[in-house]
Ligand binder design. Structure first.
Ligand code: ADP
Ligand code: ASP
Ligand code: MG
Length: 407
């Protein structure tokens, strides 16, 4: 009998009807002879609501208690889905993340899974039960509750699939699979039949929130096949796995976007060893994530340095960078809080001529100014004005003919 881990996202469990719909789908999987472990997210926008509530109580909620609060959203869903299955006559047990044996480090709100003790789940499965685990959470060695980062119920699901050596991890959501772009921006986006871990990891890391990036990373490391599909229809979905047709005709598989980019430019930086370290060390010590970094070629030993951070981190990053800039004798620090980025992703992009030129030309045709460019083996990213991101994604979708069906 094979073992399937199914994960249902917030919109799939948003109300009582949808919870019963999830229970019916889980029951159907059980009826076809599979053992099933289910991971659930908080109902609808519950997590956003809980965060807002905490901020109504205090401007500076403690991270430990924030995790205690946020973890309740997923616990509610696991209890309700279990009740729905029970009412349908199925043997089911709901578990919190810690009851499911998920151990994490102590970095609240972005904890990493250190290990999973699957004994309790395995015992329940041995008794023919369906197990419904609250996603997005775990517990530290000191028995403090942690959460794993926004969108991380996907990571709970893939981690459990790896620990239980499941045959497949199925991620059920509000879209029919992984599409060539976010359908909210690009209605003409098309569903991919399959995609490699590498390409999916890149898309997810660059803003495609259909999968949490750490879940894709875990899938790749442990070789867990991941199916992304709709919880509302029975369409086949997208399979994320290791080997995808080697020479696909269109090397661009998808377009990702991120509307949450800010940049800092330090002008007139003396070009000497150690300067970059003195600028970036305080940012890293404060846990601020720096993304794209561009240093201009220096003229007379003076250069400009530009880098991006998340918009919410801009004020904190400026506060750290300005004193350093003064100390090293830079001329001034400028910032722009309203940027976004668009990326084309596909294995082999770097080795195929013309992809970068086609991307830049498509943006030029739309009169979209490119602020920064970065590339890796499998992607090209342009930073552009936030209010031009949607036009950019649609223009690139057309330029790379992503609406055309693959054969
Ligand atoms: P869930 O609550 O089920 O985890 P999410 O909201 O986290 O769902 O992720 C699903 C959303 O991801 C979709 O509604 C869609 O807007 C967005 N999305 C972004 N990029 C893509 C893409 N390439 N393919 C499919 N969906 C995408
Ligand atoms: N409920 C959490 C969030 O909204 C985790 C998840 O849905 O995956 O981020
Ligand atoms: Mg999600």
């Amino acid at each position: 009998m094979s073992l399937i881990v199914q994960k249902y996202g917030g919109s799939s469990v948003a109300d009582a009807d949808r919870i019963r719909n999830v229970a019916r789908r889980v029951a159907r999987t059980r009826d076809t002879g599979h053992r099933v472990v289910v991971v659930v997210s908080a109902m609808g926008k519950t997590t956003d609501g809980l965060i807002a509530l905490a901020h109504q109580v205090t401007g500076r909620p403690k991270e430990r208690e924030m995790d205690l609060l946020l973890s309740t959203g997923e616990v509610v869903s696991s209890a309700l889905v279990t009740m729905a299955l029970d009412a349908m006559g199925y043997q089911a047990i709901g578990l919190t993340g810690w009851q499911a044996g998920i151990r994490t480090d102590a970095s609240h709100r972005r904890a990493r899974i250190l290990g999973i003790d699957p004994t309790r789940i395995q015992d329940a499965l041995a008794q023919d039960m369906i197990v419904i685990v609250a996603g997005f959470q775990g517990m530290t060695e000191e028995q403090d509750i942690t959460t794993l980062g926004r969108g991380a119920s996907d990571t709970t699901a893939v981690a459990l699939a790896a620990a239980l050596e499941a045959d497949q991890c199925q991620i059920y959501t509000d879209v029919p699979g992984v599409l060539t772009a976010d359908p909210r921006l690009t209605p003409e986006a098309r569903k991919l039949k399959e995609i490699s871990y590498d390409e999916m990891l890149e898309l997810a890391s660059l803003g495609a929130k259909v999968m949490h990036n750490r879940s894709v990373e875990l899938g790749a490391i442990y070789g867990v096949p991941i199916l992304v599909a709709s919880s509302f229809t029975d369409e086949p979905g997208t399979l994320i796995h290791g080997s995808v047709a080697m020479e696909v005709r269109n090397k661009v598989r998808g377009i990702a976007h991120d509307l949450n980019v800010a940049k800092i430019t330090i002008i007139g930086v003396p070009d000497r060893p150690g300067i970059a370290a003195s600028i970036f060390a305080p940012l890293s010590a404060a846990g601020l994530n720096v993304d794209t970094i561009v240093q201009n070629a220096s003229v007379n030993k003076i250069t400009d340095l530009t880098f991006t951070v998340a918009q919410g981190d801009l004020a904190a990053a400026m506060a750290l960078v300005q004193p350093v800039a003064r100390e090293i004798g830079a001329r001034e620090c400028l910032s722009d809080a309203h940027l976004g980025k668009v990326s084309i992703v596909g294995t082999g992009i770097q080795n195929a001529p013309g992809y970068a030129a086609r991307m830049f030309e498509a943006l030029h045709q739309e009169q979209i100014n490119i602020e920064m460019i970065t590339t890796s083996e499998i992607r090209i990213t342009c930073v552009v004005a936030e209010d031009r991101v949607q036009d950019a994604v649609r223009a690139l979708h057309r330029a790379f003919e992503l609406e055309k069906p693959e054969d």
